[in-house]
Design a protein around this ligand. Sequence first.
Ligand code: DAH
Length: 363
Amino acid sequence: MQDLQSLETEITAKLAVATSVGDVENIRIAELGKKGRVSLLMRELGKMTPEEKNEFGPKLNQLKNTLNAAVINRKNTLEEETLNIKLQSEGVDISLSAGSGDNGSIHPITQVLDEVTEIFTEMGFSVAEGPEIEEDFYNFTALNIPEEHPARQMHDTFYFPEDDEGNRKVLRTHTSPMQIRTMLEGEPPYRIIAPGRTYRNDSDATHTPMFHQVEALVIDKNIHMGHLKWCIEEFCKKFYERDDIKIRFRPSYFPFTEPSAEVDIGCSFKDGEILIGEGDDWLEIMGCGMVNERVLENVNLDPKEYQGFAFGLGLDRAAMLKWGIPDLREFFTSDLRWLKHYGFQALDIPSLSTRNSSIKRGK
Ligand code: DAH
């Protein structure tokens, strides 16, 4: 019988130089596995006399336990070493400089939307949102534009195919349906703005099939045109960041307001450039009016008790004017060079991008 002590020393030495968990496992199988030397010795116990068994049995068991423990130990050590190496290689070196990287920018429309929302929420308006795929009822009928009404032709509408009940949904042609949705959902008074995408089948330098509007609606007791004028003037001063801005209310027609007006702001056209706040030219920026009594009746309000005003502002147009962007279509072509030129730098805290109307424009 081999000297158990030398066997232990030999196997322990092999384990000590094993460099991977796999190597350790191979040694275990070779020495302690079914056909391993330790197991063979165990088998020899059977052939021994009771006295020999008494002497060798406990020693062999002891050897087996010691070697099993040594295997586990070595495996643990190797696993720990591997983990440490991995942790070291994955560690973040916080002393390295971060490099400049590629910064994104805020799209001018998003910027304008943030600014407009900021101005109106400061005035006490809340923001309402609604579907872009709209029912005919909200987009037209309830706004006093019944079927066959000539005003339907004013909008080049994208229609969906008729459903089983003969109704055709539309891509909303304006944000005005949000007036109806708001008034049918809650109780007056209402003081909301509804920004969002709108769609018309139209495309040239000043029209894109998808564009953006902000609707505003105020309904309460004793609301009159003075409120409407003040509200729009206040907005224009804040949005264009000048107090001396010239504003003109020009009589107009919208089926959902009576009286109706279009709002122009004073500007000058010089060498193909528009300058706001100077010169003798006028530029239309929105439609507005006192909410038509018929619309109030359509949403079950008594026009003798409640009145109000509404207006609809073209956001893309507002952005073009504010920053002198000549062609509306470029807003939506996703040309990175254009976006870098006209885009805005985000503040470090993104939610604050709505808080500062003088955010610097990117180079
Ligand atoms: N919805 C109109 C349009 O898209 C704009 C408009 C005009 C909205 C007058 C209004 C309003 O709320 O009172 O042409």
